[in-house]
Design a protein around this ligand. Structure first.
Ligand code: ZN
Ligand code: ZN
Length: 411
């Protein structure tokens, strides 16, 4: 069992926004047991001298797709599950090394990779897995092109590695039950059109209130919640009113829909970097031309939607949503976000706000007694310059996840 005292650290208190030199923290097992701002903890546990580096909680990314291992969509559809699993493990380990000690997988990651992480066979962040996404026919999760011969069978569900395409409240209920049975920790639905799907416009509202409520009710019966991919005000309002807790992207959010989100206590998880990257490199990977074209319509709205949400009092989390070859840009989201928020608020989004979203406040995204020991030691001051965290985590010299040291580059 880990016993460690980290001393000589400059504690970044994300609640107060203060940097407190000469601080120390004591870890026992997987948890933080003592925090001493500006003081040295003594005791017989082994010690680590932080040498004045900034001590902060590990980051949380609330929107990743670890199993989307290439931007080449047709290739993705043909890739065997075993290869996807091996590639996903590599992508997850890279996320951890960028300082993301917790991630929420927003669709596609199967139980095998999560089991392998739990068993210590591979290294990676703590994963909150959504399993397969739930989408309507012709929705954002329906990756098949328009067929010559439609699949109209009586069961109303067809499934692949990424999605259950389910129509009608009963079929949605069945699909959600299947994923929850299979260990999904929350449920992802597609509530509007999107970019990477071939047969739906961005402004399409997807699912009906009855179908969404079926998903929300099933999730609630297992004490969890639904996150929804949604771009437009109409889709956002329908989803939130039907009980969705977390709106993903929300690029076209306006004041009225933001107000509905705030009233319902919903979270917004913006994902700017994925649109930034797809516009840049999507064409190199056979990313559908119509998808790259759709990007233009949404990109400019991205940052202003965040401001609209903040002004309305919506809690704004932090996500990246990168696919395949775009994954190395994950930490760039921190920089894109700092166009709208102060570095302190960006870090709060990626720690305490995301922890609240995951229903784990006080346990994740914080340095406090009783919290899981997810610690970063960073060379430099992230409050002045977020790029100390953003350059693929190069400024991060020490990473602990749940009491386990996963990177120690200290001299
Ligand atoms: Zn999405
Ligand atoms: Zn996504």
């Amino acid at each position: 069992m880990t016993e460690l005292i980290v001393h000589g650290a400059t504690l970044l208190d994300l609640e107060s926004g203060e940097l407190i030199p000469g601080s120390s923290v004591r870890v026992s097992g997987e948890r933080i047991v003592e925090v001493a701002p500006g003081a040295r903890i003594t005791g017989d546990a082994p010690t680590l001298d932080a040498g004045g580096r900034t001590l902060m909680p590990g980051l949380i990314d609330a929107h990743v797709h670890a199993a989307f291992t290439t931007l080449d969509m047709p290739a993705m559809g043909r890739r065997p599950a075993s290869r996807i699993g091996i590639e996903a493990a590599g992508l997850l380990e890279a996320m951890l090394r960028r300082g993301f000690t917790t991630v929420r997988d927003a669709g596609g990651l199967d139980r095998g990779v999560a089991d392998a992480l739990d068993a210590g066979l591979v290294k990676g962040p703590r994963v909150f897995r959504s399993g397969r996404v739930i989408s309507q026919t012709g929705g954002h999760g329906d990756l098949d092109p328009a067929p010559n011969e439609p699949k109209l069978c009586a069961c109303h569900i067809h499934s692949n590695w990424f999605a259950h395409v389910a129509d009608g409240a009963d079929a949605v209920r069945r699909a959600v039950r299947e994923e929850l049975k299979n260990g999904a920790q929350q449920i992802k639905i597609m509530a509007s059109g999107g970019l990477s799907s071939p047969t739906d416009a961005v402004d399409m509202v997807q699912y009906t209130p009855e179908e969404i409520r079926a998903a929300v009710t099933e999730a609630a019966s297992r004490h969890t919640y639904v996150l929804a991919h949604a771009f437009t005000p109409a889709a956002i309002v329908q989803a939130v009113t039907a009980g969705v807790r977390s709106i993903e992207h929300g690029l076209l959010l306006d004041t009225a829909s933001a107000r509905v989100m705030a009233e319902h206590g919903a979270f917004l998880v913006p994902t700017l970097v994925t649109f930034d990257r797809l516009a840049e490199i999507g064409h190199c990977w056979n990313y559908p031309r119509e998808s790259v074209e759709k990007l233009q319509a949404v990109l400019t709205a991205g940052t202003s939607a965040i401001q609209v949400a903040l002004d309305a009092g919506v809690r704004v989390g932090f996500g990246s949503d990168l696919l395949g070859e775009a994954h190395p840009a994950q930490s760039r989201e921190l920089l894109l976000r700092s166009q709208v928020q102060s570095p302190l608020d960006v870090l709060r989004s990626a720690t305490a706000v995301n922890a609240e979203l995951l229903n784990r406040p006080g346990e994740l995204g914080t340095l406090a007694p009783g919290a899981l020991a997810d610690l970063l030691l960073v060379a430099g001051n992230p409050l002045e310059d977020l790029s100390v965290l953003a350059d693929s985590g190069k400024g991060i010299e020490f990473i602990m996840r749940g009491g386990e040291v996963v990177l120690n580059g200290l001299p």
